[in-house]
Design a protein around this ligand. Structure first.
Ligand code: SF4
Ligand code: SF4
Length: 437
């Protein structure tokens, strides 16, 4: 990881702020740059956790201990309350632990409500008829949309982080859940222009719409876009009426069929087989390649990385970074798929629990497993998930496409020395280093 030029701080949260515009070297209050950055880190990471809490609460699941942590975390970023960098790192790690609780809560909410996912093939083209594309993470919003469109002749297509919805028995039972269109969040403008259907944005990541489809776009839940009607609650009649007013799509099968829905139970039902294959040298290494997809050019690393992996490796994936690789035909190792889609970014808890179960199975710690995490990050959920992984003591994570900009040299030193965090480099070189070849 190349050394980075130390960046100055920036803070303008109180009336003492320098020149009335912002403290940019050191706080008038005495706050140092590293403290300012660790406070920003805490806010950024807790925002990610808040999104997961929101979706759990939608389904009636809450955790007062996590709520209480959020109060302490926000309070620690006040003016003149916490100048201690070590304590702010400790709080970030505690945030990581709290996020594990939160992701577990959301997983329970999803599984209790919709059943545990099962491997499911998902079409990527269109069927004849009118349609609605739902994007984002909101399974509850999708469920309501499916209920309200049943029998109307309108087909529902998922986009990006709603792809994993197809694996849930309580959602896949709707026959008009027709498939998934497009890839990660960043193809919205092209995709939504291409298909003359109504569009529902259920959460982040929604992009500012192009004029050509603004009048057929809606938001719900936390998502809001200027000039786009917002639906508070779950009455999607305006979306359905808009879909009915638009032309029918023609049947056009997609180029690939995706597979999603590998739950913890599904993967662990194969644990004895996995152990046998590892011990026989037929599975050399596991990778988790996924996270939030980034539009940076360096995001191409992840596809190349997976394409270059030897045949005796297995790749778990999750979150919208999966769209870099989920069309690849990686095949199987004696019945074990080489590409296993665990779901949304919040399903990182599934990956964590599988890793913990495999570690137990092999009688080793997680860091001794033949497992390497190769993560892509974009936004605040990825930030809190990183802290969750660090809180578990996981070392040697490869992170990309860039280092978070709020990480200065002091913070980087901790991440390198205590957690052996690495920045992605050249795919081939990284594979050689990981597999010691
Ligand atoms: S909290 Fe401190 S660093 Fe921030 S604006 Fe106020 S004086 Fe400046
Ligand atoms: S995984 Fe991250 S980048 Fe992708 S849609 Fe979700 S929040 Fe956005």
């Amino acid at each position: 990881m190349a050394d980075r030029e130390r960046l100055d701080m920036f803070c303008y949260q109180c009336a003492q702020t320098a020149r009335g515009t912002g403290c940019t070297v050191k706080g008038v209050c005495g706050k140092e740059a590293t403290v300012a950055r660790l406070q920003d880190n805490l806010l950024i990471a807790t925002k990610g956790m808040a999104a997961y809490l929101y979706h759990a609460r939608e389904l009636g699941y809450t955790d007062t201990e996590v709520d209480a942590f959020l109060e302490r975390a926000f309070y620690a970023t006040f003016t003149q309350v916490n100048f201690d960098p070590e304590d702010l790192v400790r709080l970030a790690l505690e945030g990581g632990e709290m996020n594990i609780r939160t992701m577990r809560l959301l997983k329970k909410a999803h599984n209790d409500t919709y059943g545990e996912p099962e491997p499911t093939k998902v079409q990527t083209g269109t069927v004849k008829g009118r349609g609605i594309i739902a994007t984002g993470h909101g399974l509850k919003a999708l469920e309501e949309l499916l209920k309200q469109t049943e029998g109307t002749g309108i087909n529902i297509y998922t986009h990006s982080e709603l792809l994993p919805a197809h694996g849930y028995p309580g959602l896949k039972k709707y026959k008009h859940l027709a498939g998934n269109l497009g890839k990660s969040w960043q193809d919205q403008k092209r995709l939504f222009s291409q298909y003359p259907v109504a569009i529902l944005g259920t959460s982040n990541c929604v992009q500012l719409p192009k004029e050509e489809y603004r009048d057929r776009m809606f938001t719900t839940g936390p998502a809001r876009l200027p000039g786009v009607p917002h639906i508070a609650g779950y009455n999607y009649t305006p979306v359905i009426e808009k879909a009915k007013s638009l032309p029918e799509l023609e049947r056009k099968p997609g180029d690939v069929v995706l597979t999603t829905g590998f739950s913890k139970s599904v993967v662990l039902s194969q644990k004895d087989k996995i152990k046998q294959l590892v011990e026989a040298g037929k599975i050399r290494h596991f990778f988790l390649v996924g996270g939030c997809d980034s539009p940076l050019k360096k995001g191409e690393y992840y596809r190349e990385f997976v394409q270059r992996l030897p045949q005796d490796t297995v790749v778990f994936t999750l979150a919208c970074g999966k769209f870099r690789i989920n069309d690849l035909a990686l095949g199987e190792i004696e019945g074990i798929p080489r590409l296993i889609d665990l779901g949304q970014c919040n399903d990182s808890i599934v990956a964590i629990e599988i890793a913990q179960a495999l570690a137990e199975l092999f009688g080793v710690g997680i860091n001794q497993l033949p497992l390497t995490l190769v993560l892509t990050w974009l936004e605040q959920k990825a930030a809190i998930i990183l802290w969750s992984l660090l809180a578990l003591g996981i070392k040697g994570i490869y992170l990309g496409p860039i280092l978070p900009a709020w990480v200065n040299d002091d913070i980087l030193k901790v991440l390198r020395e205590d957690y052996d965090l690495r920045l992605i480099g050249d795919p081939e070189e990284d594979i050689k280093h990981i597999l010691r070849i």
